[in-house]
Write a protein that binds this ligand. Structure first.
Ligand SMILES: [Zn+2]
Length: 208
């Protein structure tokens, strides 16, 4: 009896015993049914905890878009390049697709042909360095010095997934990336336009 108490907890055993005595056979049936459901639920909780621990995947925001990793990783490099060269924010309404993509940057004036060529060259230089793309998880407080938290979407989880492209770029992102920039082909600017303080650039990467 002591063993049963130990395993199931004294209060739970007494509760079931009380129901059986009070409710007779009907209560007994109800208790057995409830017992099975309760134990299944507890087993489920334990299993899901073990699963979470084994996979070591902290809870982060849902990510529903499936990117093409070379294009999406090139977007990170392009964003970092634009921030470094022009001091502008990262593109917030990028459309990154498998064949070609576009990003918008808020700039005070239209970049010159030389500056645009320099952006293309800088992105290709980073790709050519074969930098590792790594992922680590940290709290928003830990990430405060690394990424601009003001750019996080509202409702972002406290745990952030920080994606680094070597030491060139770090940003919070839940998307799919290549493991190394060597997997990204040459970056090419296809066309660009400037209107109302926004520079729109259309670009692609060739399959590596
Ligand atoms: Zn990303």
């Amino acid at each position: 009896m002591e063993l049963i108490f130990c395993h199931f907890g004294r209060k739970r055993v007494l509760f079931y015993a009380f129901i059986v005595l009070w409710g007779g056979w009907g209560g007994c049936f109800g208790v057995c049914f409830g017992f099975v459901l309760t134990e299944m639920y507890i087993c489920g909780l334990i299993l899901s905890n073990i699963y979470t621990m084994e996979n070591n995947q902290p809870q982060i925001n849902e990510h529903n878009k499936k990117e093409y990793p070379p294009m999406h990783t090139a977007e990170h490099i392009l964003n970092a390049t634009m921030v470094k060269m022009f001091g502008c924010p990262r593109s917030r309404n990028a459309h990154v697709e498998r064949k070609k993509s576009k990003c918008d940057y808020i700039l005070e004036q239209e970049p010159s042909a030389e500056q645009i060529a320099a952006v293309e060259a800088a992105v290709n230089e980073v790709i050519g360095k074969h930098l590792p793309v790594t992922v680590e998880y940290m709290t928003q407080a830990q990430a405060a010095d690394i990424v601009d938290l003001s750019k996080l979407p509202s409702g972002a989880t406290d745990t952030l997934r920080i994606v680094r492209v070597g030491d060139y770029d770090a940003c919070a992102c839940a998307g799919d990336h290549v493991a190394n920039t060597s997997e990204i082909g040459p970056f090419t600017i296809l066309s660009h336009s400037y209107a109302d303080g926004v520079w729109r650039v259309r670009w692609k990467v060739v399959e590596a």
